[in-house]
Design a binder for this molecule. Structure first.
Ligand SMILES: *[C@@H]1O[C@H](CO)[C@@H](O)[C@H](O)[C@H]1NC(C)=O
Ligand SMILES: *[C@@H]1O[C@H](CO)[C@@H](O)[C@H](O)[C@H]1NC(C)=O
Ligand SMILES: CC(=O)N[C@H]1CO[C@H](CO)[C@@H](O)[C@@H]1O
Length: 554
């Protein structure tokens, strides 16, 4: 350690006045000088590391719990070394001038640096470094733009003599940006085909979409069974007014053949939809309508591989575990960079599964309880039956209430406190083997310290079965383990949120997000996770030996 200047001065002062201290000073001086020298050497080597070409850094994702999944140090100088060959696949990103400079640069620093080619479309022509952003609305005819309020933002953006941020507040312009956005989809199809014709696959994404390139390319080429010579339209399916469409933010894919057909065989289609836009809510819906109307092609469902969630909101659990992940949505710049870093620093190059996201990005942050936190639990709700309390609950939660007659005793009082709410999930926990007494000759299993006095029904049933058989102790344990494994896997309660005499639980686990603090204890949001139940479920699932590629519906 280096002494601070102040204590050094003190020591020098003491040295001139007290002989003994001079002696001490002389005695320690060599080691002090050496320390100083070492410090300087450390500093100089870390500075040269930082500015040198080695670029070997601490991996900030490496922490307790992730030692097995990501490397501790990583050489960040060659980010595209393991990037897949994207020959024949083109990324088309759509953004808007109110957000482009917030969202696009992080893509350029991460995956886009490894793509040999891509297109970025927006509602204004802009330049970010060496990258050009095209105004996809430039060609929209005057008759579609004039007298259409939806284009006011388009005009305002052009009139802004300084930076867009100075003229327009992105948050306040949110709905205007949204209204303008729907007009971009069909022109984007046309311009994509004009500018980059003849690719096999076109991946359309937004500036808050994350694309897992290794998975997407591998899936398209070897697992999807799709042929780019056919007319293919796929993504995460949503419905509006009964019409299925590929949700834009989750990313979606058109085969080159379909894009060519749509643009080359139907002149006037873009103009028609530009005018139609004034009466429709969303551009991704309009694209589906156009594909259906002119090509008779419907979306093929690729969810949950194409996904509208991000790591912190993804509902991990049944159906979201051994499934590979191809896209995510609502990703802010920091989240994009984090997931990219995860892809870069994984210890393996096997297909990235939803489970892998959980293990590295979420599990280290799971804890029993968080105050002022909303974990997005709302699958089943238990609300104070008092009419005044019911009136305070929102309709969605009210609809999710369990019937009183279907409730267990624990569930009936779940609304009373966060602790009561937590017990709903705990009821599904299975005992650990260490907590059981294994009977002697007369084989019998009883919980050592039963929570409720009586063993749970499933456990009692299993005990009977075991008693009936003459099985050896080992066979009985084996049978018990199998039964417990099934019970672990089939649990339906993983976490809860409590707030204002409302308890809601979820049949999946997710991290969620902070919720604004509110004044009194009753209205504060508390979220909690049944960590034992979650970890038991994960253990019971085991390693995902089979990658659960989603079979596309016709
Ligand atoms: C990091 O990789 C670059 C090239 O990819 C190499 O030149 C450099 O020596 C590596 N640094 C370390 C510390 O391994
Ligand atoms: C890397 O992490 C270690 C502790 O894990 C820390 O002491 C060190 O300062 C870090 N290095 C850099 C360059 O941040
Ligand atoms: C952040 C978020 O989506 N929070 C939701 C949590 O659950 C309540 C009740 O269902 C919703 O109203 C919130 O929007």
């Amino acid at each position: 350690m280096l002494a601070s200047p102040h204590s050094r001065r003190l020591r020098l002062f003491g040295g001139f006045t007290v002989l003994a201290i001079i002696a001490t000073y002389i005695h320690i001086r060599p080691s002090w000088r050496q320390t100083t020298y070492e410090y300087a050497a450390d500093l100089s080597s870390s500075v040269s590391n930082y500015f040198g070409r080695e670029q070997m850094y601490n991996n900030t994702l490496y922490q307790q719990g992730t030692e097995g999944t990501v490397v501790q140090y990583h050489n960040f100088s060659n980010p595209c070394a393991n990037f897949p060959d994207t020959d024949g696949v083109l990324l088309v990103m759509k953004t808007g001038a109110t957000e482009a400079f917030d969202k696009v640069p992080t893509h350029l620093l991460t995956s886009l640096q490894c793509l040999p080619d891509f297109l970025i479309f927006s509602d204004m022509e802009q330049q970010i470094g060496k990258y050009h952003i095209y105004d996809v609305l430039a060609g929209v005819e005057e008759k579609a733009k004039a007298h259409n309020d939806d284009f006011d933002l388009y005009r305002d953006q052009k009139d802004c003599p300084v930076s867009q941020k100075t003229c327009l507040d992105a948050r306040e312009e949110g709905h205007r940006a949204w209204n303008l956005d729907k007009y971009k989809f069909l022109p984007m199809m046309e311009q994509t085909w004009r500018m980059r014709p003849g690719r096999d696959w076109y991946i359309f994404a937004e500036a808050d979409t994350y694309v897992f390139w290794a998975n997407v390319v591998y899936w398209l080429r070897t697992q999807s069974g799709l042929n780019p010579k056919e007319r293919v339209y796929l993504g995460s399916r949503s419905f509006i007014g009964g019409t299925p469409f590929a949700h834009g933010g989750s990313g979606y894919i058109l085969s080159g053949t379909l894009l060519r057909h749509l643009i080359d065989h139907h002149p006037g289609i873009v103009q028609q939809y530009n005018i139609k836009g004034a009466h429709e809510c969303c551009g991704d819906l309009m694209l589906a309508q156009a594909l259906e109307e002119y090509e008779n092609v419907k979306i093929r469902q690729a969810w949950p591989m194409f996904n509208g969630e991000k790591p912190s909101t993804l509902p991990y659990g049944p159906g979201h575990w051994c499934e590979p992940i191809l896209t995510m949505h609502h990703m802010n710049a920091e989240e994009i960079s984090n997931v990219w870093q995860f892809e870069q620093t994984r210890k393996t190059d096997r297909t990235l599964l939803i489970k892998d996201l959980y293990e590295t990005l979420i599990a280290p942050n799971m804890q029993v309880k968080r105050q002022d936190w909303d974990n997005l639990s709302d699958d089943v709700c238990y609300i104070n039956p008092d009419p005044a309390a019911q009136a305070r609950a929102d309709d969605h939660r009210k609809r999710r209430q369990k019937k009183e007659s279907d409730m267990t005793d624990t569930e009936k009082v779940a609304w009373k406190s966060p602790e009561n709410c937590a017990r709903v999930c705990e009821e599904e926990d299975v005992p650990d083997e260490e907590d059981l007494i294994w009977g002697g000759s007369r084989q019998k299993i009883v919980p050592r310290e039963p929570n409720s006095g009586e063993p749970s029904p499933a456990l009692a049933l299993d005990t009977e079965k075991a008693e009936d058989s003459d099985a050896s102790d080992a066979a009985m344990r084996e049978q018990w383990h199998r039964a417990m494994n099934e019970k672990k896997k089939s649990r339906t309660c993983f976490q809860y949120t409590w707030h204002d005499e409302q308890c809601c639980t979820a049949k999946s686990f997710k991290l969620g997000a902070p919720k604004a603090k509110s004044g009194n204890d009753k209205s504060r949001w508390v979220s909690g996770w049944d960590l034992k139940g979650i970890n038991d479920w994960i253990d019971a699932m085991g390693e995902c030996t089979q990658v659960a590629w989603k079979k596309l519906e016709a």
